[in-house]
Design a protein around this ligand. Structure first.
Ligand SMILES: [Zn+2]
Length: 682
């Protein structure tokens, strides 16, 4: 390698760059005319914004690039647009094809998974594509010719854009960030470290004791925080004898995790007993450990030293490193709301507050209270008693399903028929079915769409040796909904750059529309109005709970951005304050108890980079879409209309779909109806 080159790259001054832009602007204007003025100006600024002289080249390279890649008339713009659209579809499609093949041994029921299968499964062939596209300057070609947009522009101008303008917007957006590899690596490290911390955070339940030394949980029960702890609270509603004491104990454990007063020693440790009320720790008096206690076990009740918040801080500090490289969304909060969700944070906040402060909350709470026969306690935010029973036993359903679908092929062959029952025209049902391949899954099942039109969607479904069971069938119907959406939103959308739906909440909502028809598709009676009403109340209460959790997550990220130098200890104190504040505003009036911290227990808050708001958005969108489909009476044609709108903003999509933007109205109206149905009208 040469010691130094003749040209010393990376030495362009800002003045030189500016001077170069000015004369390029003049040159291009003279060549293409005044009509191209705004495009020339925008394009040049966008290229300069991302150009790194030390990597991308000096002034001569920059000017040469601009001269040969600016498309100055409509035919050239058209050619450029169509070429990128076609080739990016090929790139995405084939990359996805490789990923799918590499994961097959892990995903499908194909026998043992070897160590190298896991490496194949974890490999992402597209990981360096974005870097490559800046390196070979294809990214700059897009940035020179198509404008980047802010969410505000997409929301305000988007309704007036043509479909082609939307496709161009999505094309430019692919290159809206140029995050250096070392920054991406730092983010991945922080994500992995915090995920590892969360994945090991188990509580050995048999070792929770009360003041009398009583144990209420069975031996060997090891629950992961927060998911398993929360699900145990839900399950304990069925335990007439000691359900309540178990629920209260779990709440106490959760609060100690949040406040970090939990003794460090009791985390994932079956060798000590812990009284979460007094916080006393002792050598375990009961043995259910898989291995003997370490000889040097030193029993102490020293608290966990705010590690939970140190982990969260690490994710924040890593995420912040990307800020300077993301000009149209310069914070993690912006990237989550403006890019991933495309719903402005302020608007979502208002919608969530509308749900959690709805006058329907106390009415539903009253109903829960009367069903429980006692005043509500804070853990009742996870009340699960609205889930109605089925007319059929699981065994009856298993038998019906196994007879109908003894193998994957039987289900595949029935897809056109199932789609016809859902109201799709016969030719459309056949067309869609031709785009779906059914594979036997190793796990419970999933849907894997294609990313290019020459590929097919894959429906992965679980088949037991005795045939499909009801659970597997129920999942298969849900996944088939995904596959139908994936097929239509790829093959029938006008521009492949608009392939898909606005975000995951939409594809989930569409899949739930299918799943809700599973009994009818078997020729059995659909759930009655009473059952539907219970399901609605269950969803409403779940949205009330997760809405508060999301509001805490959002406030904590704002606090971190406002206090960039904070310590873990300070973040702990702030999180507790925020959780109490949300509780006192939206939950205390219903539960009659103040200063509860439970809303901060979710593990996603620690390792998932502001992910929690996705859950309540999902509930709201699901309701809007389900109501819309119900209104039209026939699923098929409406489903086709919705799935073909593609990846525009959520509000615009929802307005085309239902006449209204994303919001809480559908959920609140349905809840009101459900309360009436159950005769609880005040
Ligand atoms: Zn799904």
């Amino acid at each position: 390698m040469a010691q130094s080159s003749v040209l010393t790259p990376g030495t362009i001054t800002a003045e030189e760059m500016k001077a170069s832009m000015t004369h390029l602007q003049g040159e291009l204007l003279a060549k293409y005319g005044d009509a191209q003025r705004p495009r020339i100006s925008t394009g040049l600024h966008q290229v300069v914004e991302f150009w790194r002289p030390e990597e991308d080249g000096d002034i001569t390279v920059f000017e040469g690039f601009v001269r040969s890649n600016f498309a100055g008339d409509q035919p050239s713009i058209d050619t450029l647009f169509h070429r990128f659209q076609r080739l990016l579809e090929q790139l995405d499609g084939h990359m996805h094809e490789i990923t799918r093949e590499f994961r097959n041994q892990q995903d499908l029921d194909l026998g043992p998974v070897r160590s190298y299968d896991e490496v194949f499964g974890g490999y992402d062939p597209a990981a360096h594509v974005l870097d490559d596209f800046f390196q070979n300057k294809l990214a700059f070609t897009v940035l020179l010719n198509f404008p980047l947009t802010t969410l505000e522009e997409r929301i305000n101008e988007g309704p007036k854009w043509t479909r082609r303008q939307w496709a161009e917007t999505r094309l430019a957006q692919r290159f809206a960030k140029r995050v250096p590899a070392d920054v991406n690596l730092a983010i991945a490290h922080a994500a992995a470290e915090s995920a590892h911390y969360i994945a090991g955070y188990n509580i050995w339940m048999h070792h929770l004791v009360d003041d009398q030394g009583q144990r209420f949980f069975p031996p060997k029960m090891r629950l992961l925080s927060h998911w398993n702890l929360r699900d145990e609270i839900k399950a304990d509603y069925a335990d007439q004898q000691s359900g309540l004491v178990k629920q209260r104990t779990i709440q106490q454990v959760m609060e100690r995790i949040i406040t970090q007063t939990i003794p460090q020693l009791v985390v994932d440790n079956p060798h000590v007993d812990w009284n979460p009320w007094s916080n006393e720790v002792k050598q375990a008096a009961a043995n259910d450990a898989p291995a003997p206690a370490p000889a040097n076990l030193k029993v102490t009740s020293a608290p966990e030293p705010s590690t939970r918040y140190a982990m969260l801080l690490k994710t924040y500090r890593a995420a912040r490193l990307a800020d300077p490289y993301s000009p149209t969304a310069p914070s993690l909060i912006d990237r989550r709301f403006d890019e991933d969700r495309e719903i402005p944070e302020e608007r979502l906040q208002a919608v969530l507050e509308q749900v959690v402060s709805s006058p329907l909350v106390p009415q539903v709470a009253q109903l829960i209270q009367s069903r429980l026969g006692r005043p509500l306690e804070p853990f009742d935010i996870w009340y699960s008693g609205f889930r109605p029973g089925s007319k059929y036993t699981e065994a009856q359903l298993d038998e019906i399903v196994a007879k109908k679908y003894p193998n994957a092929e039987a289900y595949r062959a029935d897809i056109p028929n199932l789609l016809k029952k859902l109201g799709f025209a016969p030719d459309r049902a056949q067309y869609i079915a031709n785009h779906i391949i059914v594979d036997p899954a190793r796990g419970s099942g999933h849907a894997m769409g294609a990313e290019m039109r020459s590929e097919k969607a894959h429906l992965r479904t679980r088949i037991e040796k005795t045939g499909m069971n009801y659970k597997g069938y129920n999942v298969a119907v849900h996944e088939m909904g995904h596959n139908v959406e994936q097929t239509l939103s790829l093959n029938d959308v006008d521009h492949t750059l608009l392939q898909g739906v606005p975000n995951t909440a939409f594809t989930e909502a569409l899949a739930f529309v299918f799943q809700g028809q599973d009994m009818a598709l078997l020729g059995l009676a659909q759930p009655d109005a009473q059952t539907e009403a219970l399901k609605t109340l269950n969803d409403f209460w779940g949205t009330y709970e997760i809405g508060g959790v999301a509001l805490v997550d959002m406030a904590v990220w704002h606090w971190m951005y406002d206090h960039p130098e904070a310590t873990a200890e300070e973040l702990r104190a702030a999180t507790i304050d925020i959780a109490k504040d949300k509780w006192n505003r939206f939950y205390a009036p219903v539960f009659g108890k103040k200063d509860v911290v439970l809303l901060a227990v979710y593990s996603h808050m620690i390792d998932s980079f502001l992910y929690l708001p996705d859950y309540p958005i999902g509930h709201l969108i699901a309701f809007q879409i389900e109501e819309q489909v119900k209104k039209t009476g026939s699923i098929g044609p409406e489903f086709e209309r919705l799935a073909k709108m593609g990846r525009i903003t959520p509000d615009l999509w929802m307005e085309h779909a239902t006449g209204k933007p994303v919001g809480a109205e559908a959920l609140l109206t349905a809840t009101e109806e459900a309360l009436k149905q159950l005769g609880n009208r005040p």
